[in-house]
Ligand binder design. Structure first.
Ligand code: PAD
Ligand code: ZN
Length: 375
């Protein structure tokens, strides 16, 4: 049946309010307007950012359809869309690339002005929503809602990927993997022989490990309060593990001693101000680099001692690996297809979309690195 130009009714997860369980509902998805793309989702995975949205740690308007890490097939496109057409395989992008704004035009800029993360309107670029449920207009999350059989996103938030890409895997390449891998390889430019620390060994932290390893790091210290994450991290390349809950002194003091004065690269991927401070204070004070990758709760503050700032270490924030997303994400999919980037170990769980509640439970229990939901 040709659905283009028509409103589609389908199943989606709606978060009606902060802290409430997700509710599987029948929703109406309007056709894409100018510069928009409607996607039939094939897979999505649960990213730490989604959990933060649902807990109210990020100020998004509710009710909303969560999710942003997804893969699917273009169902139809709105007027003026030229980069994809019906039938193309695509990934949704939490950070768009409009190729027109100051950030996009700058060689090092990646946080496109047309993003909807910080701050979040929950609406498409024209200020309206494409989702309806039981007579209510439903907000989008980051203009990338993926916990739905069909979604509408801006063309600038879509990465076209090769037709051979396995959609049940490459959804990870929509957010978590470029975020972590890019933080190590692209933003930090981890050097061979270096000592790296990764705080938070979830999907993003695991991708950071992949990036450190491929860059030739000699030592990778993995840090997590959940020791169930240690065996998987060791398989990916972590050489030492630390549980801050079992240390008799602050994490930064432990790392300073273990490394004889601080690490070359420290990645924060737990998304808390206290772990970010520990990460900063774990760097070598002269030449270390601290990468802030995790998203701390809205309005949390990072308070640094001002005097030692001058000693030479660097604090750098990085979003989606610092990549220009539409240019770089398809390249990562090609790297995966050609065996240069192995993301398969990161998919530890797979469930049908109908079992989203179970997947959320597994996430809350700290079980998966990534749980992929299949539509
Ligand atoms: P996740 O929940 O899979 O992993 C977080 C890990 O941190 C878990 O293994 C936790 O056990 C661990 N953790 C929690 N508290 C602590 C602590 N005090 N000390 C050490 N470890 C701890 O999430 P994720 O890997 O999907 O995402 C991690 C963060 O990155 C999160 O804040 C998310 O919002 C952020 C993110 N940022 C971007 C970006 O572009 N900057 C993209 C995607 C995710
Ligand atoms: Zn832009």
């Amino acid at each position: 049946m040709d659905t283009s130009g028509k409103t589609i009714s389908c199943r989606a997860a709606v978060a009606w309010a902060v802290g409430q369980p997700l509710s599987l509902e029948e929703v109406q998805v309007e056709p894409p307007r100018a510069g928009e793309v409607r996607i039939k989702m094939a897979s999505t995975s649960i990213c730490g950012t989604d959990a933060r949205v649902l807990k109210g740690w990020l100020p998004l308007p509710f009710p909303l359809i969560p999710g942003h890490e997804g893969a699917g097939t273009v169902e139809s496109v709105g007027p003026g869309v030229t980069s994809v057409r019906s039938g193309d395989l695509v990934l949704t992008l939490i950070i768009p690339q409009c190729r027109e704004c100051q950030a996009c035009l700058h060689p090092r800029g990646s946080f496109c002005d047309k993003q909807d993360v910080l701050p979040s309107s929950g609406l498409m670029l024209d200020g309206s929503s494409r989702f309806f449920c039981r007579g209510h207009s439903i907000y989008h999350s980051f203009r990338a809602s993926t916990f739905t059989e069909f979604t509408v996103v801006p063309e600038i938030s879509v990465a076209k990927i090769p037709a051979a890409a396995p959609l049940d895997r490459v959804c990870l390449l929509s957010c978590g993997v470029p975020t972590g891998y890019g933080a190590a390889v692209h933003a930090a430019q981890v050097t061979p022989g270096s000592t790296c620390v990764v705080i938070g060994l979830g999907g993003v932290g695991s991708a950071i490990i992949l990036g450190c390893k491929v860059s030739g790091a000699a030592r990778i210290i993995g840090v997590d309060i959940n020791e169930d994450k240690f065996p998987g991290a060791r398989k990916l390349g972590v050489t030492d593990v630390l549980n801050p809950g079992r240390l008799s002194r602050p994490l930064q003091e432990e790392i300073q001693e273990m490394t004889g004065g601080g690490a070359d690269f420290v990645f924060e991927a737990a998304g808390l101000p206290e772990t970010l401070l520990a990460a900063w204070e774990s760097c070598h004070k002269s030449y270390g680099t601290c990468l802030a990758v995790g998203l701390s709760p809205d309005d949390s503050k990072l308070v640094l001692n001002a005097t030692p700032i001058i000693t030479g270490h660097t604090l750098k924030g990085v979003c989606l690996g610092g990549y220009k997303t539409r240019d770089c994400v398809p390249q990562m999919v090609s790297d995966y297809l050609q065996g240069r980037l192995d993301i398969d170990p990161l998919v530890t769980h797979q469930l049908p979309f109908a079992k989203l509640q179970e997947a959320m439970e597994l996430y809350r229990a700290g079980k998966p690195i990534r749980c992929v939901l299949l539509f």
